[in-house]
Ligand binder design. Structure first.
Ligand SMILES: [Zn+2]
Length: 208
């Protein structure tokens, strides 16, 4: 097996692939130097993996924007869409049966509750996801694989939850669902690639 080294930024001596610190001066090996060592040891795999990690990172950025900014926009849109219906129902007896079931409810009072509650539920889910994803974003430089893996599971959970709370009822919702699926696949592939970049080479294997 071939050995690869990079010069220490502090003393200029060689740092080897499985080193945590410079053997000569004790300077910590930076993430950049570790990436460089890996790139030289496995060029093809490294570049393919780092491309997947970059795509995963973009997917994560999208989730933060879509849930943060998009979540707030959707909250106001949903509220203004519900406003005329709520106005119409004002003063109506809550026990009046609707002419036909809307959003799975049959009575005026229940529909009023749903219309008032749903925008808030969506806002809370979106902002919670955005906050968690922002924390994961900060971990991307250190441990991209585990950050993307957590992002995948959280986004999967949030997507399933919102699918149960707000079942898709038109083409727009289905397109949005497909987009979510694409984001999930991108996060999962980025996580797998990131984890294999994160994994340090086995020192025993290197020395054999
Ligand atoms: Zn050194």
């Amino acid at each position: 097996m071939e050995f690869f080294s990079v010069p220490c930024a502090h003393c200029g001596k060689s740092i080897w692939q499985d080193d945590e610190r410079c053997e000569a001066c004790g300077e910590a090996v930076s993430a950049e130097q570790r990436a460089e060592l890996q790139a030289r040891a496995h060029p093809a795999g490294y570049h393919r993996h780092s491309k997947l990690v970059k795509s995963g990172r973009s997917a994560l950025a999208y989730v933060i924007l879509a849930c943060g900014v998009g979540g707030i926009l959707m909250f106001f849109l949903a509220r203004s869409a519900a406003a005329p219906m709520l106005q119409e129902m004002q003063g109506m007896n809550p026990h009046t049966q609707l002419q036909h079931a809307v959003a799975g409810v049959e009575f005026v009072g229940d529909l009023r509750d749903v219309l008032e509650r749903q925008p808030w539920e969506a806002l809370i889910i979106n902002l919670a996801v955005a906050a968690v994803m922002l924390r994961l974003w900060k971990r991307m430089n250190q441990t991209p694989g585990s950050a993307l893996l957590s992002a995948f599971w959280i986004y999967l959970g949030a997507s399933v939850l919102s699918l149960c709370l707000f079942p898709p009822n038109d083409v727009k919702d289905l397109i949005f669902l497909a987009l979510k699926g694409y984001i999930l696949v991108t996060l999962a592939r980025g996580a797998r690639a990131g984890l294999s970049l994160q994994r340090k080479p086995n020192p025993v294997a290197l020395k054999s």
